[in-house]
Design a protein around this ligand. Structure first.
Ligand code: WT7
Length: 662
């Protein structure tokens, strides 16, 4: 069979290493000179890792100092043992006490253009205290889980902080999820109080939330109260257990005396929706979590709380929202933009208007959004002054080198460092990322573990692969913001994360080390394709496709093939302005992949599509594409952003729109 691509270091157990990248972007001298994190941070962590984390923990206010940094009984960790602190006090009260009550915590922008609110740290303190008092009146005590099913509004942030303030672990359920998803999580967490809204605005239109809650709560006999924010003013069915937010929160005192909680007190449970299995309730606790989210937010985003305007464009329903909209930025006293809406074809400008209006200096978003703007073309960006931006971050999926370059050029005006940050719901905070004032970045690489973090890439037998090799990404030492388990299921925690390799946390991702030892994430190992005995990552072939000037986004899957085991099938979205010339486009793209990474990775079939099936958090659902490619029945598509997309793709294939290899 064909040779692997140039420079391939494909072993029997590893992943082929196909793509090469020569571009380097060191920070400018000015950025480096003024950066929060300098190169000595790596030295300090390497010298004494636990002392380094103690140093980071001291950036928080503790009511009682810990007696032991780490108690590690593999795979169960306790960090800052014996320490006590209150998360809400660290995120809000201490900034007011330091004289920064007038600083803006959130510039909130609703989905309808006229809806805006400015919330200072002093305002936030009052709102959090009122909400904490209201939850207490509703009977919520320390240790009682509270379910949160809310839009991106200030009350949501206040609810999370109020829960933290009274020691009630919150479990946020993304407001786009169904009643069934909500009831399953309420029951699994055993939440007795649910906080929600009558509805939310999506793409300019009101959408109901309360009916889903009614349907869900009907299946949850232990729920005592549902606290409801009036957001859209829609008619709602009213039940005995329902309480309007404005009836109970508004009349509360703005005084609330916060109690300190143990460093290992549960802070939140967040369910990760596996594509097949029952969702896992990922448990995070107090002291270690807040330490690492604050540390990473300060150093990876180079936050200057007095002057920066920071915008993390995620939803609070995901861990990115928890760690980098709520806890990290607020612990650091940041000023943030909070936006209720999402980019959509009917409003391509809004994001960039917001950047210009608030002079956003730090933007954190996902590759799927960047590729969407690549598809739409740079015009909506060029119409606005984006010169306030000074740093760009990416998270959620591997970022293709060309998407990284597009982000740098069209959003960052070629002057902002781009940090590709790898982490997971389970890790709680960023683990692998450049330090923007230190690292010479490479487009598409998350580079190296942050100071204090230990990661490696290993083969099937847990042996670290040499530079140039690919394999499984593992975390080799415990870290402060690590999950403490799966809610109510220690065995599943051990089986899922700690059984593949003895004593190592297996993240489920494939990765490679380049010649310098820098890390390149290659996607979930379940997605790895096996073509004629070569294990090829979907990410590399997708990145090769996206490096063609006509392609904005690509998803590739391995479909069973009688000759080669699996054959590569690619679904591509063209960039704005690019013409689909049918078979000649397919041939052009196939040849391009062969040239970029070698004939072994040449797609058997290329299908030009208008949309790709994505999860609500923007990840491509390759499992569904595999089913389409193999002409299987599609199964459950309820977690898709737009289920009709699959029908269109399926029809395209049936009509012969699929471009088979000539
Ligand atoms: C999975 C975790 C972390 C917050 C949002 C997602 C993928 C995440 C990157 C990145 C390559 C990435 C991984 C990871 N992922 N960031 N920078 N480069 N892949 O959290 O939903 O728990 O997903 O997202 O596959 O395991 P999540």
């Amino acid at each position: 069979m064909s040779e692997p691509g140039s420079g391939a270091a494909s072993g029997d157990t590893g992943l082929s290493n196909l793509l090469h990248e020569e571009r380097r972007f060191p920070p400018s001298e000015e950025f480096a000179a003024d950066a929060n994190a300098k190169a000595d941070l790596y030295d300090a962590a390497a010298k004494d890792r636990l002392a380094f984390w103690e140093e980071q923990a001291r950036a928080l206010d503790w009511d009682q100092e810990w007696s032991q940094v780490l108690d590690w009984q593999t795979p169960f960790a306790k960090w800052f043992v014996g320490g006590k602190l209150n998360v809400a006090v660290n995120c809000v009260d201490r900034h007011v006490a330091a004289g920064n009550g007038d600083r803006v915590a959130f510039h909130w922008q609703g989905d309808p253009a006229g809806d805006k609110r400015t919330i200072t740290y002093a305002d936030l303190k009052d709102l959090v205290c009122r909400t904490a008092n209201a939850l207490t009146e509703l009977g919520v005590k320390a240790g009682d889980p509270v379910a949160v099913y809310m839009p991106m509004i200030p009350e949501t942030i206040a609810t999370l902080l109020a829960c933290a303030r009274i020691g009630a672990p919150h479990t946020v359920v993304f407001a786009g999820f169904s009643a069934d998803a909500l009831s399953g999580r309420i029951l699994d967490a055993d939440a007795r109080v649910v906080v929600t809204a009558d509805g939310q605005f999506r793409r300019g239109e009101p959408a109901a939330l309360k009916p889903n809650v009614d349907e869900a709560v009907a299946k949850c006999p232990d729920v005592r109260h549902v606290l409801v924010v009036r957001r859209t003013g829609a008619d709602v069915t009213w039940n005995d257990h329902d309480v309007w937010w404005h009836d109970i929160v508004d009349r509360q005192s703005t005084e609330h005396e916060a109690q300190a909680f143990d460093a290992e007190h549960p802070l939140f449970i967040l369910y990760t929706s596996g594509t097949t299995a029952k969702p896992k309730g990922i448990l995070h606790t107090t002291g270690g979590y807040l330490t690492q989210v604050a540390y990473t937010h300060r150093n990876v985003f180079d936050l200057k709380p007095e002057s920066d305007v920071y915008w993390c464009a995620a939803d609070v329903g995901w861990v990115t929202g928890h760690s980098y909209i709520v806890y990290g930025p607020l612990a650091n006293g940041a000023t943030s933009v909070l936006y209720e809406g999402v980019p959509h074809p009917g409003d391509k400008d809004r994001w960039w208007k917001l950047v210009a209006e608030h002079k956003v200096s730090i933007l954190y978003t996902a590759p799927t959004t960047i590729r969407t703007y690549m598809k739409w073309g740079p015009e909506p960006l060029q119409a606005h002054d984006l010169s306030s931006l000074r740093l760009l971050g990416s998270v959620g999926e591997p970022i293709n080198p060309e998407a990284w370059m597009w982000y740098r050029e069209h959003v960052g005006g070629n002057h902002c460092p781009v940090v590709d940050t790898w982490w997971q719901t389970e890790t709680g905070a960023i683990m692998i990322s450049p330090l923007p004032g230190v690292t010479a970045t490479k487009p598409g690489s998350a580079m190296t573990p942050l100071p204090g973090i230990s990661a490696d890439v290993v083969d099937d037998s847990a042996k670290p692969v040499p530079n140039g090799g690919g394999g499984f990404l593992v975390l080799t030492e415990p870290w402060p913001s690590m999950l403490r388990g799966i809610w109510g299921d220690d065995q599943r925690y051990k089986d899922t994360y700690w059984s593949r390799f003895e004593g190592l946390y297996f993240a489920g991702d494939g990765a490679k080390k380049d010649e310098d030892g820098d890390l390149w994430l290659l996607g979930r190992v379940d997605d790895v394709m096996n073509v004629s005995g070569h294990r090829i990552s979907t990410t590399e072939v997708e990145s090769a496709l996206v490096s063609h000037p006509k392609v904005a986004e690509a998803a590739v899957v391995g479909a069973s093939d009688p000759m080669t085991g699996q054959g590569i099938v690619a679904f591509v979205i063209l960039r704005g302005g690019a013409e689909d010339a049918g078979d000649s486009t397919a041939k052009e793209l196939r040849d391009h992949v062969a040239k970029e990474i070698g004939p072994i990775a040449k797609p058997r079939q290329i299908l030009v599509v208008a949309e790709l099936p994505k999860t609500r958090s923007g990840k491509i659902m390759r499992r569904l594409l595999r089913d389409v490619a193999e002409h299987r029945d599609m199964g459950d598509v309820t977690t898709l952003t737009d289920p009709t997309v699959m029908n269109l793709i399926g029809e395209g294939l049936e009509k012969g729109g699929g471009k088979d290899e000539a």
